[in-house]
Write a protein that binds this ligand. Structure first.
Ligand code: HEM
Length: 248
């Protein structure tokens, strides 16, 4: 167990006896050991981000019923109506993948990533960043920059089908960084991508979704390290599959 945990990148400084350079906005107690740190990172990093992302995708889809219908058509084609979603279906859900990428563009769960402190002074774009400066990267602004994105405020998943080779989650393209970049990129990225795709595919394959009568989706944002919707989403599911035994 200990070996498995210690492979997570943020534990490495502890193993080398160095101090942790990340600032989270709250102080760590001295009773925390290396493995507590990893577990805390995983719980904090892996829950709010994932839930918030699923909620934003569902909100955007309820706001764009024609896009939701395209996702469900794809699920009908790839998964079938007498089957339930399996992990093996996920690589073939290209349109749902584009919907997730477009949602993470407009609603990156961590809009400023996590703060970093350079361990030595550096010059970036002509600016000197002294050692120890707290640095935030405004991914939210980059993802909505009209010089980078055409019609940046519109929800258009198709843009990721056109540019699918350029925009992945690996953090190599500085125009699109929903999981960060470099050695502090999201440590849960492979799990997060699969988990969110699986949840969305299951929700949209098994159910049709609508809003309560007369209600509209409120897309306004709250304020925080993780950008959540200011109002929780309330939607009504109706079973979609003909064979109800599949739900059991
Ligand atoms: C949709 C879901 C998720 C999103 C959008 C997301 C996004 C991010 C971002 C932007 C960062 C900061 C990267 C940086 O500062 O450069 C991060 C860090 C991190 N994430 Fe995630 N994350 C998600 C899910 C998860 C999950 C499921 C886990 C674990 C099970 C996880 C674990 C972590 C950890 C441990 C870090 C800190 C990495 C480090 O400091 O080296 N994340 N995440």
């Amino acid at each position: 167990m200990q070996d498995a945990l210690c492979t997570v990148s943020c534990c490495a400084p502890y193993r080398q006896g160095l101090s942790h350079k990340r600032s989270y906005g709250f102080s760590r107690t001295s009773s925390f050991g290396p493995n507590d740190c990893v577990l805390t990172d995983i719980v904090i990093g892996g829950t709010d981000t994932t839930i918030t992302t699923v909620e934003w995708v569902m909100s955007e889809l309820l706001n764009n019923p024609e896009i939701m219908s395209k996702v469900q058509q794809e699920l009908k084609h790839v998964v079938g109506m007498n089957n339930i979603v399996e992990e093996s279906h996920l690589p073939n859900l290209h349109y749902l993948d584009a919907v997730l990428k477009e949602t993470l563009r407009l609603h990156p769960a961590l809009p400023l990533l996590l703060p970093k402190r350079p361990s030595q002074s550096a010059i970036v774009g002509g600016y000197t960043i002294p050692e120890g400066t707290k640095v935030f990267l405004n991914v939210y602004a980059i993802h909505r920059d009209p010089q980078v994105w055409e019609s940046p405020l519109e929800f258009q998943p198709e843009r990721f089908l056109r540019h699918s080779t350029n925009f992945d989650y690996a953090g190599n393209n500085m125009k699109y960084l929903p999981f960060g970049s470099g050695r502090r990129i999201c440590a849960g990225l492979p799990l997060a991508e699969k988990m969110v795709m699986f949840m969305l595919a299951s929700l949209l394959h098994s159910f049709d979704w609508k809003l309560p009568e007369g209600e509209k989706v409120d897309l306004s944002e709250g304020f925080g390290l993780v950008i959540k919707k200011s109002e929780r989403l309330f939607a009504i599911p109706t079973p979609r599959l003909p064979n109800f035994d599949l739900y059991q």
